[in-house]
Design a protein around this ligand. Structure first.
Ligand code: SF4
Length: 388
């Protein structure tokens, strides 16, 4: 395995896409044949991430789009994102709301406001919401989540959704009992990002109290309990290699993930990685964006029926980043529904978009973006993955 991190800057985004009339190179034709005939192996996945040839990249994009349309259809599934608290007991070195960031004013929304926001999402036809916060494990917090889940379920029932909106929780590592309690309350999806499948890299991103083994164990428990489980990684971390990213793809497969939410690594000024201070270099913006799009395509080709999010981090690096994500095989978007007055206090990374747009403006903007790439919104539907 190579240990050299991203040795070349990939320039393909600046090149025009291959036109239909332009004959494909022999290599692109061979790649198209390979992608059409079988699931990609390690060598092919690595090539998907590494190639700089515009015609090959367009072949990859088209193959991913074809796999998406065949296995999941042309709809985009929405999950209204409610960032209900930025209090966190953990200290992930890359995160803007980590415990050690004393410059941040902390907030937790009232239960009624969370439920009202979820109800608004249901009325827009979103079908699902994500309740996201920093990590806490105290009893007051776990009971608060149970109460929120139950209230949202009760208050979002409709003829289209007799069981209320689908609820994804994204509140970190918890005990098996807590996960079970929330599942019983009505949450049926859980997003717990691994951030990297490399134990060495994980260790460099977290303090010693937060371990790789514990994160993996939580993912396994969530699966055992019956949750639909989402995970994901950061792409373009300092010191990360293409082989690390290929390992991430097989990790998604081996953990039987139902959803993947991944995006380019974007630093936060209050969360400088210690090993970057020691001189580790980060790939430039273009490379991180390009790699993130290729990772979406590679995931779609390896796991055709899975849900893949076009994350806001893509839009941070490029104005049309989320649309590009959809074109490379993503099929989930999380419209921002967090109340405007606290939204600036939930910045995990710098440059996060949509900080000043109301939830209504976000909904309108997103629909336009989705339609612009020939896709349509799946309304009044939980939008679970096609796996199982
Ligand atoms: S990534 Fe999550 S658990 Fe880690 S510091 Fe940020 S909010 Fe807390």
């Amino acid at each position: 395995m190579t240990t050299q991190a991203f040795p070349v800057r990939i320039e393909w985004m600046k090149a025009p896409p291959a036109k239909a009339a332009t004959p494909l190179s022999a290599a692109a034709l061979e790649l198209a044949t390979r992608l059409a005939s079988s699931l990609p192996d390690r060598e092919t996945l690595r090539h998907i991430l590494a190639t700089q040839q515009p015609d090959e990249i367009e072949v990859i994009r088209q193959a991913a789009e074809k796999a998406l349309l065949k296995n999941c259809g042309d709809t985009v599934r929405l999950r209204g994102l409610i960032e209900f608290s930025n209090r966190c007991i953990s200290d992930c070195y890359y995160c803007g709301i980590r415990r050690s960031n004393r410059a941040l004013a902390r907030y937790t929304l009232k239960l009624a406001e969370i439920v009202d926001t979820a109800r608004w999402c249901g009325e827009q036809g979103y079908g699902s919401v994500v309740l996201q916060s920093g990590e806490r494990r105290d009893a007051k917090f776990t009971r608060f989540i149970s109460a929120a889940v139950r209230a949202i379920k009760e208050q979002t029932r409709s003829p289209e959704l007799p069981d209320g909106v689908g609820i994804t929780l994204c509140v970190g590592e918890q005990s098996p009992e807590t996960y079970a309690e929330w599942f019983a309350a009505g949450a049926h999806r859980y997003l717990l990002r691994m951030e990297t499948s490399s134990p060495e890299l994980f260790t460099r991103l977290h303090p010693a109290t937060q371990t790789y083994a514990s994160r993996i164990n939580c993912l396994k428990i969530l699966k055992t309990l019956g949750y639909r489980v989402g995970t994901g990684v950061m792409i373009g971390l300092p010191g990360q290699t293409l082989d690390d990213l290929v390992d991430d793809l097989f990790f998604f497969r081996d953990i039987s993930a139902d959803m993947i939410g991944m995006g380019p690594y974007i630093p936060h000024e209050q969360a400088v990685l210690p090993y970057m201070e020691a001189g580790a270099a980060m790939p430039d913006v273009a490379t991180r964006l390009q790699l993130a799009l290729r990772m979406i395509a590679a995931t779609r080709l390896l796991l055709p029926g899975i849900n893949i999010a076009a994350t806001t981090a893509l839009q941070t690096l490029s104005e049309d980043g989320r649309e590009q994500g959809l074109r490379f095989g993503a099929n989930v978007i999380m419209p921002q529904a967090t109340p405007l007055r606290v939204r600036r206090q939930y910045t995990l990374y710098d440059g996060k978009p949509c900080l000043d747009d109301s939830a209504g403006q976000c909904a309108t903007c997103l629909e336009g973006r989705i339609n612009s790439v020939g896709r349509r919104i799946l309304r009044d539907n939980w939008g679970d993955s096609e796996r199982r």
